[in-house]
Design a binder for this molecule. Structure first.
Ligand code: CA
Length: 365
């Protein structure tokens, strides 16, 4: 465009704008709405279950808070507090429920003691992958049930990241048969731990900081953690050289959850910004896990032996899982309702997944 043309166009646009402005009704409310939250800055306290800037999970929520600030033009500040600063790692749920803090970032399966159904929102052994879990939540009714059940604790949950497929864990000795599991002490939480218990394992819970020492000293015989990216930082390879492929956490869901009274008081704009930023955190975290797991797998010490569990063990795990799910359904009506919704999505999803993703991956292999 020549300079003269540019000047003419600009002049025309300017006069058009001026004309528009003259005809715009002088509605005070409209102008106020345009200046979203002008002068009204909101600060929220969010506690996590991770150490400060913990790779992928912790840095993910740091980035989420930064995005809320950017997208709101600085009117929404979320202050992130790592574990044990405001509240201990596993008390973030209670502290948010009681409005001692405004929000938390953690893993959903930690709260199965509050309601057994929550373990399903966190992910299912031998179940849905991360992408499938998110699809069930958003389109298959999972979110509605999750929000209903968290509502009883005055909480409003959003998916706040997902790990992608996790590894089956580090073992000091090779598992050649189902019998090799008998009496093993393994650090494994959640429904996966319940299944392992039926297979003869003694599942134990240990805080992250104590796992390596327990494994090295032989207090435990095995541990699961996440995947190569985070496992390699823990040094497990030195104490347990057999690294098994995963089955018990195919797509674990993390959450960013708000005190519901606080959430309901936020402006629609701030609610929308948090929702969008949480979706960005979820997709970024899944991609970061994939990339860093792939890279770290290449860099594992040569002493590490990657193995898959024997077929008879996985067959037994499927039977054990069914028993665990049936038992939990008898004990908890909420568990039964969530499992029904989950299973309906599994049934809907499978035929399509078989002829699309699964089929394609076989062709590509
Ligand atoms: Ca894990």
């Amino acid at each position: 465009m020549k300079r003269r043309d540019f000047m003419t166009t600009t002049a025309l646009s300017a006069s058009a704008l001026a004309l528009n402005a003259c005809h715009r009704p002088k509605d005070k409310n409209t102008i106020d709405t345009i200046h979203i939250n002008k002068g009204k800055k909101i600060t929220l306290k969010l506690a996590t279950s991770w150490p400060a800037h913990f790779p992928i999970m912790g840095t993910g929520v740091d980035a989420f808070a930064k995005r809320c600030f950017e997208l709101s033009g600085g009117t929404l500040e979320i202050k992130v507090f790592p574990k044990n600063i405001l509240v201990p790692a596993l008390q973030v749920f209670d502290a948010t429920s009681a409005a001692q803090i405004d929000a938390f970032h953690s893993g959903v399966y930690y709260w199965k003691g509050k309601n057994p159904a929550f373990s399903i929102f966190g992910g299912m052994p031998l179940g849905l992958t991360s992408e499938e879990m998110i699809t069930w939540m958003k389109y298959g009714g999972g979110y509605a049930l999750w929000r209903e059940m968290y509502g009883k604790f005055n909480l409003y949950p959003l998916i706040g990241g997902t790990t992608g497929p996790q590894m089956g864990g580090w073992f000091k000795k090779e598992i050649k048969s189902l019998a090799d599991l008998k009496g093993l002490k393994m650090r494994i939480p959640g429904l996966g731990g319940e299944v392992m218990k039926l297979l003869g394992v003694n599942p134990v819970l240990l805080p992250a900081g104590e796992i390596y020492t327990a494994l090295e000293r032989g207090t435990i015989d095995a541990t699961e953690w996440v995947g190569p990216a985070l496992d390699s930082m823990m040094g497990f390879a030195k104490a347990a050289p057999f690294y098994y492929t995963g089955w018990h956490e195919p797509g674990s869901i993390l959450e960013v959850t708000f005190n519901k009274t606080k959430w309901d008081k936020l402006s629609p704009e701030h609610q929308a910004i948090i929702t969008v930023a949480s979706e960005e955190m979820t997709s970024n975290m899944l991609q970061e896990f994939r990339y860093k797991n792939a890279k770290s797998l290449q860099e594992l010490p040569v002493s590490v032996q990657i193995k898959s569990f024997p077929k008879e063990m996985m067959d037994a795990a499927k039977i054990a899982l069914n028993k665990v799910l049936q038992d939990e359904s008898k004990k908890s009506n909420d568990f039964k309702r969530v499992l029904k919704s989950y299973n309906a999505f599994v049934k809907l999803n499978k035929p399509w997944d078989d002829i699309s993703t699964k089929n394609f991956l076989e062709i590509r292999a």
